[in-house]
Write a protein that binds this ligand. Structure first.
Ligand code: 5GP
Ligand code: ZN
Length: 113
């Protein structure tokens, strides 16, 4: 399977990495939608949020817990930030490897587009 984010996770493709451990990696989005735009992914290939299951829910929890820690490192936890998980076509997902967007550094309006 040729997955862009798997290739970033295994270092076959370069990325501007801000955090990594044995199961999670986070890097700057190549097309930032805010002054801070980081993508946080599990190294394990999970295609969409629909594909989470009992075997991967603990990993997903650790992924989510990592978000405020990265936000703090980026200096945006007090001013605030938005997390987004796009799922499938109508949700705007373009890379089919589960990821959390961390967006900050500007006032993010609601509702989203
Ligand atoms: P999605 O639209 O699937 O929720 O988010 C995919 C994100 O991956 C987009 O924000 C897009 O800009 C980002 N992206 C696509 N290709 C690359 C790449 O090669 N490197 C990095 N760092 N981000 C990418
Ligand atoms: Zn993948």
């Amino acid at each position: 399977m040729n997955c862009l984010f798997c290739n970033i996770a295994n270092k076959q493709l370069p990325a501007s990495i801000v955090y990594e451990d044995d199961e999670i990696i986070a890097f700057h989005d190549i097309t930032p939608q805010a002054p801070t735009h980081i993508v946080i992914i599990p190294r394990q290939h999970i295609a969409t949020l629909n594909d989470l299951n009992a075997q991967t829910v603990a990993l997903a929890g650790r992924l989510l817990l990592r978000v405020p820690l990265i936000a703090k490192e980026q200096g945006v936890s007090e001013t605030g930030y938005r997390t987004v998980i796009n799922c499938n076509a109508s949700g705007g997902q373009t890379v089919f490897h589960l990821h959390v967007h961390l967006l900050a550094g500007r006032l993010l309006t609601w509702p989203p587009g």
